[in-house]
Design a protein around this ligand. Structure first.
Ligand code: NAI
Length: 329
């Protein structure tokens, strides 16, 4: 099996090489993302392996198909960046890693909340410079606060359980109520009510046509003054310009994001010596109450082990014509 692995960093290569001893596949590792311009790199391969910001649209898929690619192996859970219809038309199968470590992402969402609230990132810098003042470092107790969770799948459920430990009241919205959580005391409400009642809103639903810009001018207007919004799911769940307005007029009190609408041009790269052209991210970075991480919520050793082993198993199932347990249709 010849596998072209796109959007790779040294750590991806390290994990694939570690687990490849069991498989002996031929990998071609590319730092570049897969898109219509780079798809030609897949010539002589059977499989492309892609990540969250590869652009696997109709145009890309046509080129993959003409190169004889038979399988797109996503090494992530979300598949919003793949045109599934075009893949089906081209008879290319798509597999993903549906769950690798819900704990990794849920714990990162919690880290964003705690950091934004208790300002440990600011305290760290202050104290290192000999500034022991507490001015503007005041936070609030999570105990008894209402946390609104949008999307109670694997990550949302894990997140709810973590927050229970802080003595929070947890309310949720999902297109399907989660009985396990209801039994644990999580109350499900219509989306607008969750937006209206929550002190902290955490997004854990997938990005699709129903959820795109679920946080926008209208929904922000329904939220509590000073609300904290946390997004570790997909950038386009939040309409960035509306969030900026909400921050400017102080409706949004805190914003923690691990994902960003235009992240494909920024995230995972060291741009510290570049002139960043994206004015919206620069505006976001200018707020003292915004915390941005660059899509690292998944990035734990345990998650990388799972991502790599499940991706390799997915490819093996395809190679041996076995049932594709993690196929996306
Ligand atoms: P999951 O499939 O287990 O759960 C998603 C939940 O969202 C389901 O309960 C589903 O019913 C619900 N949902 C679907 N449409 C909805 C809607 N319109 N409104 C409200 N809820 C809706 O997925 P999982 O594993 O919990 O992942 C959630 C998302 O987290 C993924 O789609 C992905 O975008 C993101 N993610 C982010 C990572 C990161 O590193 N930042 C890593 C892994 C996943």
């Amino acid at each position: 099996m010849n596998i072209a692995v796109f959007s790779t960093k040294s750590y991806d290569q390290e994990y694939f090489e570690k687990y490849n001893t069991e498989y002996d596949y031929n990998f071609s590792f590319y730092e570049t993302a897969l898109n219509a311009d780079t798809a030609k790199l897949s010539a002589d391969c059977n499989v492309v392996c892609v990540f969250v910001n590869d652009v696997v649209n109709e145009e890309t898929i046509k080129i993959l198909s003409s190169n004889g690619i038979q399988l797109i192996a996503l090494r992530c859970a979300g598949y919003n960046n793949v045109d599934l219809e075009a893949a089906e038309k081209a008879a290319i199968k798509v597999v993903r890693v549906p769950a690798y470590s819900p704990e990794a992402v849920a714990e990162h969402a919690l880290a964003l909340i705690l950091t934004l609230n208790r300002k440990t990132h600011k305290a760290y810098n202050r104290v290192r410079e000999g500034n022991f003042s507490l001015k503007n470092l005041i936070g609030f107790n999570l105990n008894n606060k209402t946390i609104g969770v949008i999307g109670t799948g694997k990550i949302g459920t894990t997140f709810c359980k973590l927050l229970k430990g802080f003595g929070c009241k947890i309310i949720a919205y999902d297109i399907a109520e989660n009985e396990e959580l209801v039994a644990e005391g999580v109350e499900f409400f219509p989306l607008e009510e969750v937006f209206g009642q929550s002190d902290i809103i955490s997004l854990h639903c997938p990005l699709n046509k129903h959820t795109k810009h679920i946080v926008n001018e209208d929904s922000i207007a329904k939220m509590k003054d000073g609300v904290m919004i946390v997004n570790t799911s997909r950038g386009a769940l939040i309409k960035t310009e509306d969030a900026i307005e909400g921050l400017k007029n102080r409706k949004i009190g805190y914003l923690g994001i691990d994902v960003y609408e235009q992240e494909e041009n920024l995230f995972f790269e060291d741009l510290s010596e570049h002139i960043i052209q994206d004015d919206m991210i620069l505006r976001l970075l200018s707020f003292p109450n915004v915390l941005i991480t660059s899509h690292q919520a998944y990035f734990t050793k345990e998650a990388m082990d799972q991502i790599t082993t499940i991706t390799l198993k997915n490819i093996k199932s395809f190679e041996t014509d076995s049932e594709l347990e993690n196929e996306v249709k």
